[in-house]
Design a protein around this ligand. Structure first.
Ligand code: NAD
Length: 504
């Protein structure tokens, strides 16, 4: 029997239009809820990466000189179009990623907030001005764009993570080449079409698809001035080192192992709601997912009982079924790797408190990439389930005897993306916020993703580089500062002076 659903073919977007891949390398795009191959995506060759960078380079001089109000107007129109097409993009994401449509709509909304932040670019790009730094001499600073900048993004937020980057980069006057994840590439092309509809000049926003070859093409290209990356830590380290070696400005956000500390005085219903939501939302495939609950005794048994009650009510099913709480994982290979931590955890001494391998699935196909919410209890730091970023619906519970022990655990962990503390003690929360070596901290909030006007980024092995994403750090990353000292002719000018300039 032939497959009734036509197979899609996703290709690049260069110079304001689709650009069919001439290379014979392609990747499969899966539909995670059924396990079927829904289409293919072109993988860019070096020549195609060159074409995208050339289009971006050609568009740069005019876009750099476009007035701030013109840039802001394009951004406002883009915002309106994204808002109008939010559900359509969410469905596209859900079909390729697997997450439920409401969650995908949430990621588009968080990306939209960065677009809204970037709409304020006339204000954000204001430099400083000092009158009379010397007699009748003024000094001022200008923030100028870098040129062609590139973004390389992960599968887990195919709309939001690129939108941490390009709205700010483009608003600042740069032109952009996006290399999205090859696992769910369609949202980026739809977004490129919306940019064109919004009136963005051709070549300002380009998309090339592919794997390591496309990424390396960007990292080595002399016309790419800066690289923003979000993905796993080993690749983030590679991107940082390679881009920096090639003289580029680089920010590379890596993986995570986010701990949620529950103190004995915490509201355990709130904590259990948070652990389940942040552990199993988007099937745990979030860089800000909670993957370790650190229960400061004596709360572990009671907390776990409350987690069980909540997990039992979760409905697992296809992302486009409004009744589903949690969808499938992104690929079969990833599902198998995530599930393998349940076996290794038990072999290394953990207790399997909830085994998601048998969780019933409502709808979808038997070949979908399913794994239900799972909990490993009595996890210790030497176990693989603790050491590795699992990136799936597996929550580990580590039991500790004190706040200090919990803090030692977090301090010793190589990652430092997000963390949270649950407590009713303001003093303990304040101490935690002060001491913890993690970039984003939640107090009775499990997924503390900063708003667009703050910046997003972790510490330690969760970020290589100096700048976090969006907010003012984003504006600074995508601009360089020029300081000007000016004297206009006046009656007192003239005279040679070989001394070093000083104020006078
Ligand atoms: P990944 O590192 O496998 O891929 C990220 C990007 O790098 C993709 O575009 C991919 O095509 C490219 N890539 C993969 N292998 C490469 C290689 N060898 N050389 C060059 N490029 C390569 O990550 P993923 O599986 O798509 O996404 C999940 C990871 O992203 C998790 O580790 C998660 O924590 C992390 N993440 C981090 C943040 C953050 O803000 N810190 C946000 C989202 C996701």
């Amino acid at each position: 029997m032939t497959d009734p659903t036509p197979s899609k073919h996703v290709t690049h977007w260069i110079g304001g239009k689709p650009f069919d891949g001439g290379s014979d390398r392609r990747g499969d795009i899966y539909e995670p809820a059924t396990g079927r191959v829904a289409g293919t995506v072109d993988f860019a060759s070096e020549a195609e990466v060159d074409a995208a960078v050339a289009a971006a380079k050609a568009a740069f001089p005019a876009w750099r000189d476009a007035s701030l109000s013109k840039r802001a107007r394009v951004l406002f129109r883009f915002r309106e179009l994204l808002t109008a097409h939010r559900d359509e993009i969410a469905r596209l994401i859900s079909s390729e990623h697997g997450k439920v449509v409401s969650d995908a709509a949430g990621e588009v909304a968080r990306g939209l907030e960065v677009v809204e932040f970037a709409c304020g670019i006339p204000h954000l790009l204001k430099g400083g001005f000092s009158e009379n730094v010397s007699t009748r001499v003024d000094a001022y600073s200008i923030l100028q764009p870098l040129g062609v900048v590139a973004g390389i993004t992960p599968f887990n937020f195919p709309a939001m993570v690129p939108m941490w980057m390009f709205p700010v980069a483009i608003a600042c006057g740069n032109t952009f080449v996006l290399k999205p994840s090859e696992k769910d590439p369609s949202a980026s092309v739809r977004i490129a079409e919306l940019w064109a509809e919004a009136g963005l000049p051709d070549g300002v926003f380009n998309v090339v698809h592919g794997d390591k070859a496309a990424v390396d093409g960007l990292l080595h290209h002399p016309d790419v001035k800066a690289v923003s990356f979000v993905g796993s830590t080993p690749i983030a380290r590679y991107i940082y080192e390679t881009a920096a070696r090639n003289g580029k400005r680089v920010q590379a956000l890596g993986g995570a192992k986010n701990h949620m500390v529950v103190l004995p005085d915490a509201d355990l219903d709130l904590a259990a709601d948070a652990a389940v939501s942040a552990g199993f939302g988007s099937a745990g495939e979030r860089c800000m997912a909670i993957s370790v609950v650190v229960a400061v005794e004596p709360v572990a048994d009671e907390l776990l009982a409350k987690v069980r009650e909540r997990v039992a009510k979760l409905r697992i099913g296809p992302g486009d079924d409004p009744a589903s709480d949690m969808g499938p994982l992104v690929t079969g290979q990833h599902r198998d790797k995530v599930a393998s931590y349940l076996d290794s955890g038990v072999a290394q001494g953990a207790t399997l408190a909830i085994d998601g391998r048998g969780t019933p699935v409502t709808g979808g196909g038997g070949d979908g990439f399913w794994l239900g919410p799972s909990v490993l209890d009595h996890v210790t730091p030497d176990m693989d389930a603790y050491k590795d970023e699992i990136f799936g619906p597996v929550l580990s519970v580590v039991r500790t005897g004190s706040y200090e022990e919990a803090m030692e655990l977090i301090s010793a962990n190589p990652y430092g993306n997000g963390t949270a503390i649950f407590t009713n003690d303001g003093g303990a929360a304040r101490r935690f916020q002060n001491e913890v070596e993690v970039g984003m901290v939640g107090i009775n909030v499990p997924i503390p993703v900063p708003m667009a006007y703050y910046s997003f980024g972790g510490w330690k092995d969760s970020l290589f580089g100096d700048s976090h994403a969006h907010g003012m750090e984003g504006v600074h990353f995508y601009t360089r500062t020029k300081a000007v000292t000016a004297r206009w002719l006046d009656p007192s000018h003239g005279g040679v002076n070989l001394g070093f300039p000083t104020n006078g």
